[in-house]
Design a protein around this ligand. Structure first.
Ligand code: GLY
Ligand code: MN
Length: 453
């Protein structure tokens, strides 16, 4: 029976969670100032005079006179909290004006069409910065860098910092005339700071998790035979937007064999009884992302192999979670999940041999082809410190996803083409892992069946 999606009452009490309402207690002004001070300190550790330049993302043309929705550059937002679309932050620890904000003088014609940008003066006051409105922001930033030997610049396509990077790289040494000769990717500096979340950030991720969970729970009634994948995706995203958020990435709603495509976006199938439905989604609320996956049985699951696969992924997630603590490499967390999944693949008759040898040979990779997770924050795949051999080492304060999965892109040994992924977001604490997505609906198959009734 086909169910129509109605939007009569989406303001369910689950949308009014206290975590969603009380977003911030410590004034963001202090938080941004403290982040800038940390960056200045890191720059000072350089033994020459160095500077950091971060700029707003450019507005991207969608077609002729229309643009994609604007999103601020994540690094610039981290330090300023500003959505100004033409802002550049320059940090120069060796100079008198350490913190400088550069932006174009407002164009009255542009203001008629797009309205005003946030006040530069107010932002400068908030951050304890010097403001420099300019007719030519590129020239102003360039002049601020004279006398610096190293500059940390961005590589985001076409923002001011990235354009300056290209310009410096294309100049011959004798034409630099006091401009920096050494250019370093800004992320080398910003990623380390952003990887360790402060309490205000954890609160925001939790709020995003609450809204994601509320949207999923509200949508359960439509996870039924006859509903189209696209209907579910737009409903979930509608609920995010209704509550002031955005999807943190394009929502994946993949039923049956579609779920074997990791980032499935066709959304053109109709849900069938006896299939597994994989939903991978998350909202971005106040610039912080959530990212969860649930795999949900549609109607009774008659094929016991689907249940075995589901439970193996659940066990793999638990094994990975148990490994988490400061000092542990992400590769060890991945391996804990891979061992569980390999054991299940052996039990299903898909792999043969000793589990340890199969894991060492990566025999599971055709069925579990992705990593165990990723850093999460302002970006859904967030900045993370540089990885050496063996991958990132976990530290207290990091937020990461744990998302094992098993995928079969064609029928094999009685297993239909399908995909199962279970994903939650966790905070690394001194004792282990704290689940931030605890409100998202259950993962136990019996509890899921009860929820779907
Ligand atoms: N949630 C999609 C991904 O992590 O790639
Ligand atoms: Mn993810």
């Amino acid at each position: 029976m086909r169910r129509e999606i109605t939007h009569a009452s989406t303001r369910y009490s689950c949308f009014d969670s206290p975590r969603l309402i009380a977003l911030s207690d410590r004034p963001m002004k202090e938080i941004h100032r403290a982040r800038i001070q940390k960056a200045l300190k890191s720059l000072k550790l350089e033994n020459d005079s160095s500077a950091l330049v971060l700029s707003s993302n450019p507005l991207c043309v969608r077609s002729r006179d229309t643009h994609y929705p604007y999103r601020q550059n994540s690094d610039l937002f981290y330090f300023t909290g500003s959505h100004h679309q033409e802002l550049t932050l320059v940090l120069r620890p060796h100079a008198n004006d350490k913190v400088i904000l550069v932006a174009p003088i407002e164009d009255p014609i542009k203001r008629v069409w797009d309205g005003s940008q946030p006040s530069l003066k107010a932002l400068a006051r908030k951050l304890g910065a010097t403001e420099m409105p300019s007719k030519d922001p590129m020239a102003t930033v360039r002049s601020l860098l004279r006398g610096c030997t190293t500059t940390y610049l961005q590589s985001v396509a076409n923002n001011l910092s990235a354009r300056l990077r290209l310009e410096l790289a294309s100049r011959s040494a004798h034409t630099l005339r006091g401009l920096p000769t050494r250019v370093v990717e800004a992320e080398h500096l910003t990623a380390r700071l952003r990887a360790m979340k402060d309490p205000s950030e954890i609160k925001k991720i939790m709020a995003a998790a609450d809204l994601t969970s509320a949207a999923l729970l509200h949508s359960v009634q439509y996870m039924r035979r006859g509903v189209r994948e696209r209907e579910l995706a737009v409903l979930i995203e509608y609920l995010y937007r209704l509550h002031g958020a955005e999807p943190s990435f394009n929502t994946i709603v993949a039923s049956g064999k579609s779920a074997a495509t990791l980032h499935y976006h066709a959304l053109d199938k109709t849900l069938q009884n006896g299939e597994l439905l994989l939903i991978d989604t998350g909202c971005e609320l106040d610039m912080y992302a959530c990212d969860v996956s649930r795999t949900i049985p549609i109607g009774p699951i008659k094929n016991p192999r689907l249940q075995e696969i589901y439970n193996a992924v659940l066990r793999a997630q638990a094994a990975a979670m148990r490994k988490i603590r400061p000092g542990v490499r992400v590769s060890e967390v991945h391996k804990a999940a891979a061992v569980e999944l390999t054991r299940a693949l052996k039990d299903l008759g898909v792999l043969r041999g000793s589990v340890s040898q199969l894991v060492a040979a990566g025999a599971y990779k055709p069925f579990f082809p992705h990593g165990i997770g990723h850093s999460l924050g302002i970006d859904v795949h967030d900045a993370a410190p540089e990885v050496g051999p063996g991958g990132m080492v976990l530290e207290k304060g990091m937020v990461i996803t744990i998302e094992p999965g098993l995928y079969f892109n064609k029928p094999l040994r009685g297993i239909p083409a399908c995909g199962v992924r279970i994903e939650d977001d966790i905070l690394v604490t001194s004792r282990g892992a704290e689940l931030l997505t605890d409100g998202v609906f259950p993962t136990d198959l019996n509890e899921l069946a009860a929820l779907m009734e």
